[in-house]
Design a protein around this ligand. Structure first.
Ligand code: ZN
Length: 198
């Protein structure tokens, strides 16, 4: 028995595909959207389509951006010789919020996970190694302290060590398994400042 008409059901169905949105929340959101002024709905739907259409990888650090180079890589004040490796664009944003890191980033878009079948070639790792052919003094590995994050950190340090480039790992203090995104700025700063050489 269908409670709602086809288009309402369709909207609920699409919304419930989003992470963390169950059927109940999807229903609430759907009716909220239906009651929104038309221009707000158009604004939302245009933002979704434009973002999806125009957002791509930065050609240098692989973060998500709508330009050839992201604002950080395009900033001439940043120190290109220090590269911080993070798992995703949200982690980059978390470190950026501390305002204390003046180097550049490299976004892996994931972490190595043998259990999930994610190997080194499934993340932006060879792109990182390619960048190291340039003039680089230090690579700071800031992957999460989850099992996957640690596995990835170990793998990267083994790859980089023979090049003679300094490899460091952010200090623990970042909660184990914690998403970097949810760690406060002071903890991140401490983790960065207390990084240890691998
Ligand atoms: Zn970039």
């Amino acid at each position: 028995m269908e409670y709602y008409s086809g288009q309402i059901n369709k909207l609920i169905e699409e919304l419930s595909r989003l992470p963390g949105i169950g059927a109940k929340t999807a229903g609430r959101l759907a009716f909220y959207i239906i009651n929104m002024p038309m221009e707000q709905v158009e604004g939302l739907s245009n933002a979704l389509i434009e973002a999806k259409r125009n957002i791509k990888y930065c050609s240098q650090c692989y973060t998500l951006t709508d330009a050839e180079l992201c604002p950080i890589c395009a900033n001439k004040e940043r120190d290109n010789k220090v590269i911080m490796v993070v798992e995703n664009t949200r982690d980059l944003a978390a470190y950026e919020k501390t305002g204390k890191f003046n180097g550049v980033y490299h976004v892996l878009h994931g972490a190595i996970s043998p259990m999930l079948g994610i190997g080194p070639s499934d993340i932006k790792l060879k792109e990182l190694i390619k960048r190291l052919e340039g003039d680089v003094d230090e690579v700071i590995i800031a992957t999460n302290s989850s099992l996957e994050g640690e596995t990835t950190a170990m793998y990267i340090s083994k790859l980089i060590k023979p090049t003679g480039i300094k490899v460091t790992r952010i200090a623990s203090g970042v909660p184990v398994g914690g998403d970097l995104e949810y760690v406060d700025e002071i903890t991140l700063l401490r983790a960065l400042e207390g990084r240890i050489q691998l």
